[in-house]
Design a protein around this ligand. Structure first.
Ligand code: C5P
Length: 222
């Protein structure tokens, strides 16, 4: 039994990157460290929620009280999320899911016989949009990492993916976000937004959980 504003509320999160195999030794990946998602999982536990975390390949310890499922590819992440999503009230998609995967995965290591090579990629499903479109969709929260105009692009994504809230942040050479311990975010929802200035990801996660809780309670009054 736990106390706190989210006592009895079940939260499912995704975090980290995905890896899309090219052959047995190579993959397409991205720079997500998973730190924001893991900090969020910890903050949700502190708020009293029951927390499940679907994690891509990261080198982070599982926060106390969190049930963790490790996955590698976007399709594995999607499968695990769809397995667990009917058991959750709030879904937070924090993972940097690969948009594309190699259509064919070579079963032996590819040899460098040619000066050029091509890898044909196909789109991965959008896990967050899929969850938001479920007939019994949980309260859905996404992230938008952008290299320019983060609020503008994030608001477009929030509407296109039909999600309840989105956290926008700038990523790139000198910005927060990927591979860092600090970040700055703007959280947007229908009819409102709040800017959270540069802070440690743990602090930021606590602020995010407070705002998510407010909007969640607003949508499902006790
Ligand atoms: O469209 P974009 O990839 O920028 O959207 C980012 C948000 O969508 C994040 O919350 C991410 O976890 C989620 N996402 C997803 N499945 C994908 C791509 C993105 O859940 N295939």
């Amino acid at each position: 039994f736990s106390s706190g504003p989210l006592s009895g509320v079940r939260v499912l999160l995704t975090a980290g990157p995905t890896r899309e195999p090219i052959d047995p030794v190579r993959f397409i990946g991205n720079r997500s460290s998973g730190k924001m998602g893991f900090a969020l999982a910890r903050a949700f536990v502190s708020a009293g929620a029951t927390v499940e975390l679907v994690a891509g390949p990261v080198s982070l310890a599982t926060p106390a009280g969190v049930a963790r499922f490790d996955v590698e590819t976007a399709r594995e992440m999607e499968q695990k999320v769809l397995d667990r999503v009917t058991e959750c009230d709030i879904f937070v998609g924090c993972a940097a899911v690969a948009d594309y995967r190699p259509e064919v995965v070579a079963d032996q290591k590819i040899k460098k016989n040619n000066e050029q090579m091509e890898i044909h990629l196909v789109r991965n499903n959008d896990i967050l949009a899929t969850v938001a479109a479920l007939s019994k969709a949980p309260f859905t929260v996404g992230f938008a990492a952008e290299t320019q105009a983060p609020e503008t692009y994030a608001e477009k994504k929030r509407i296109a993916k039909k999600i309840d809230m989105i956290a926008a942040n700038l990523v790139g050479a000198s910005e927060g976000g990927f591979e860092r311990d600090e970040n700055a975010l703007t959280l947007l929802w229908e009819g409102g937004q709040k800017r959270l200035p540069l802070a440690d990801k743990g602090m930021l996660a606590e602020q995010l959980v407070t705002l998510i809780t407010e909007r969640y309670e607003n949508r499902y009054p006790a």
